[in-house]
Ligand binder design. Sequence first.
Ligand code: ADP
Ligand code: ASP
Ligand code: MG
Length: 420
Amino acid sequence: MARLVLKFGGTSVADIARIRNVARHVKREVDAGHQVAVVVSAMSGKTNELVAWCREASPMHDAREYDAVVASGEQVTAGLLAITLQNMGVNARSWQGWQIPLRTDGAHGAARIAEIDGSELVRRFGEGQVAVIAGFQGIAPDNRISTLGRGGSDTSAVAVAAALKADRCDIYTDVDGVYTTDPRIEPKARRMSRISFEEMLEMASLGAKVLQVRSVELAMVHKVRTFVRSSFEDPDAPGMGDLLNPPGTLICDEEEIVEQQLVTGIAYARDEAQISLRRVADRPGIAAAIFAPLAEAGVNVDMIVQNISESGSSTDMTFTVPVADLAKANAVIEKAKADMRYDAVQSEQGLAKVSVIGIGMRSHTGVAATAFTALASRGINIRAITTSEIKISILIDGEYTELAVRALHAAYGLDRAGAV
Ligand code: ADP
Ligand code: ASP
Ligand code: MG
């Protein structure tokens, strides 16, 4: 007997027929004698609809009420799956965040999990009950519903798995694992049987939305054995119930990966915006004067490029923010003009960041040059570059995103042999 946490994303629970299919996956594990907790997302498109309604009601809405609205999507799915399981003869019960309780901090809309009391769930396991948990939500110190940020059900699942000391956490989604890049953009992408926590963390934070970043962090810290796998396969096909080697991609320690690749994957993030402050005073403290107020306002600044000053007295400072933060950033810059001391501001939207990720970069040279050559040969202009030990990120015009991802994927030999 093992203890398993199974998470099903939005497309996997998009309608009642799919919820029935999900219930068959759950029943397979229950019939094998395992203790099972399930974490569900809202039905596909539901959260977007709820978010849009909040914006329509008021663009500057209260974050607590936003959480009250958007958390409802998961509540519906949890109830529907519990009903479906009961109908199949499985003893199941739905749980909202506050009922567990799953406690978070007070950052409504982007809360972090503080503590999960798994004792009641474990007691119910003893009675042979399956817990169907609404993902994405918890309860904040003010006793109100909180949500964990978009894609947060992945994090709910890994955190529940850690709290329950589960043997495995399966993230069921609409792809059958983690690929070398988004298979929707590059059909030649290859599925990986394993990927290290570090690389998955970079992939996720650089745009691969297959897992929420925080879920990978938690899996790494708590050593949760996490698999990404497909909910669309026949739940009773051979091997689906394999305890040690289920089909899919295992996120694991670097040491567990036998064949290290130089480059593991390519990620992309659209909707980047660029802001340039022209002729800022080139003096000590200027970067702090610019970026401290932005940080205080919660603007997520990513790439920063400061030009060499020609005159010795002024320089240009260029940086990127997600397009969703652009209006806020411009407001902060306008307000702090006296401290920031710039001549003019320019901003541009519709940019994208493409990134090359691989632990092998630590010990190899020339990795970046390959990327630059690949983009140059397609006529793609590079606007900014940032690097770390295991990644290179390049800012380009958004219209070239697909072309750039495919060019980089091919340049590092990641294309599936014989794929069309
Ligand atoms: P869910 O609703 O199940 O949470 P998501 O839409 O959040 O699913 O994540 C799954 C999607 O992530 C896939 O459909 C795929 O398009 C995208 N994706 C992006 N990069 C990758 C990658 N490297 N490997 C697999 N999927 C990826
Ligand atoms: N339903 C939430 C979202 O769409 C959480 C999730 O699906 O992980 O962001
Ligand atoms: Mg998701």
